[in-house]
Design a protein around this ligand. Structure first.
Ligand SMILES: [Zn+2]
Ligand SMILES: [Zn+2]
Length: 271
């Protein structure tokens, strides 16, 4: 069964730049044939600093990945990506920037919903969402996801139901009937020709399951949304972790292909 990992971070702001080579090596050792590095692009969000590259680091990033590509030639194909936050204020920057960059693929992510930065404790209480209940928060998150798809800037959306992890942290249950939200979101993905991933990192968090959950995945399989697989590794050794199981899971859900992107062009691979 084919193994790919299109969601890997080196996180040089907390590791060092050798983390990219080490991550690729770990993914290759785990048997991955296609290995995508997808560092967090600039966020310009003072509420979540130290978690992304700056513009001034771009040359170093792309040069580093070019060398790693050469190093692994014939062993695995290394693909150059970015994970970019969807934020209203960043869309125009991205629109100018992306055509200039030597990227194979671009991941769109929702880590903030309006002024709520999901990974930052206390941010929800201070945000304009603080009066909402679980269903309201869930819906607001998926609205942002649909806004991200609508931009047409991204090849696929990362960890599509990431919000479940933060609902738990806030003491909220998942909403009782998310099906209509899923249907709307998947319809939008299809209309905008945007893919999703199975993100295995969900298994390692309090969420205890893949992002997204099986109900959302089934809806995607029915709508033939392009699918890829990512570990979302930030620590080198997790690169390529669990991707074989994720591909088997995709098959059980009903997918028969997974995807990579090369120079922003989608390529289907049979499972
Ligand atoms: Zn992410
Ligand atoms: Zn990520």
């Amino acid at each position: 069964m084919i193994k790919i990992d299109l969601h890997i971070h080196g996180a040089p702001w907390e590791n060092d730049w050798a983390a990219y080579r080490r991550s690729v090596w770990h993914a290759w050792r785990a048997g991955c044939e296609y290995i995508g590095i997808s560092e967090h692009g600039p966020r310009f969000n003072h509420r979540a600093p130290y978690r992304s590259l700056y513009f001034c680091e771009f040359d170093r990033y792309f040069n580093t990945l070019d060398e790693i590509k050469l190093e692994f030639e014939g062993a695995a194909e290394v693909l150059t990506g970015f994970e970019l936050d969807y934020n209203e204020w960043m869309v125009e920057h991205y629109r100018d920037l992306l055509p200039e960059l030597p990227l194979d693929f671009v991941i769109g992510s929702v880590h903030t919903v309006k002024d709520w930065v999901m990974g930052v404790d206390g941010s929800f209480e201070e945000s304009s969402l603080s009066g909402l209940d679980s269903a309201g928060v869930y819906e607001a998150y998926f609205e942002e996801l649909m806004n991200a798809a609508r931009t047409g800037l991204f090849d696929f959306i990362a960890h599509p139901d990431l919000v479940k992890r933060y609902l738990l942290r806030l003491g909220f249950a998942n909403p009782a009937n998310p099906a209509p939200i899923y249907q709307r979101a998947v319809e939008m993905l299809r209309a905008c020709e945007v893919g999703i991933e199975i993100n295995t990192r969900g298994l390692l968090t309090a969420a205890g399951e893949y992002y997204p959950n099986d109900d959302f995945l089934r809806e995607c399989a029915r709508a033939e949304i392009p699918l890829t697989i990512g570990s979302d590794s930030h620590d080198m050794v997790s690169a390529g972790l669990g991707v074989a199981e994720a591909v088997a899971h995709a098959w059980r859900i009903g997918f028969r292909q997974i995807h990579i992107w090369r120079k922003r062009e989608r390529i289907a691979l049979n499972i």
